[in-house]
Write a protein that binds this ligand. Structure first.
Ligand code: MN
Length: 233
């Protein structure tokens, strides 16, 4: 599996509150929220904890993701209660575990996982956001959602409630597939058709990640931008 990753502060923000993990068999992105850099703390805690859990390699990846998300949720929630500067912090978390010819995606928030196969880009995750729900119910188009004033309000996050249940999605993978994880700093600036175009003209996962981040910045870079790409061998 070849990996590529890039995280960038963008052009408008003072800090990068995104974090990522790009490990053999486990990749993730997290987009933190909360004042005074607490979001940075939350997203980093999520990715570090995922990395620490790697030695306990899952035979049951779906169950493993449920328990790891629950563990990370408790840690961030407890730290936000104990530390006034971290009050209310939270993070999105989208994590993909690869086991033989299956991928398991744990997901909370409005970061995304995509699969590119045979020239088609398919979105694997649902956005847990106000506008994401309106798109799924047919009240908004994708394009309207990207420019909606409430587009940044997420309906589920890691670390803000005592109990969290993530989405866990199982997808079969095949050699040649690209898996793309990204934060909303990419998808707010670059639509799915453009993501596909960049990927089709990139010859490695790292080149793809670099080009997607560059394009989001060329469009204005309103938010932190993080992209992790895995190419299935
Ligand atoms: Mn963001």
């Amino acid at each position: 599996m070849r990996l590529g990753a890039r995280s960038d502060i963008g052009r408008m923000r003072q800090v990068n509150e995104d974090s990522f993990l790009a490990g053999e068999g486990l990749i993730a992105v997290a987009d933190g929220m909360g004042g005074h850099q607490a979001g940075e703390v939350a997203s980093r805690m999520a990715c570090e904890r995922l990395g620490e859990m790697l030695p306990v390699w899952p035979h049951d990846p779906a169950g493993w993701l449920l328990s790891v998300f629950s563990d990370i949720n408790s840690r961030i929630y407890n730290m936000s209660l104990a530390n006034p500067s971290c009050a209310g912090m939270g993070t999105t978390l989208t994590a993909a575990v690869f086991l033989e010819r299956e991928m398991y995606v744990g997901h909370v928030g409005d970061s995304r996982a995509y699969m590119l196969r045979g020239g088609q880009l398919k979105r694997i995750t649902d956005d847990h956001s106000v506008v994401g729900e309106l798109v799924r119910s047919g009240s908004l188009t994708e394009e309207e959602a990207r420019f909606h004033p409430r587009r940044n309000i997420i309906t589920r996050a890691v670390g803000v409630e005592p109990v969290l249940v993530p989405d866990v999605i199982q997808v079969s993978i095949a050699p040649g597939d690209y898996i793309i994880l990204c934060t909303d700093g990419l998808t707010e600036m670059v639509d799915d058709t453009e993501i596909l175009g960049v990927m089709m003209s990139s010859d490695s996962p790292q080149a793809g990640a670099d080009s997607l981040v560059r394009l989001a910045n060329e469009r204005g870079g309103h938010d932190n931008i993080t992209v992790v790409i895995a190419h299935v061998a």
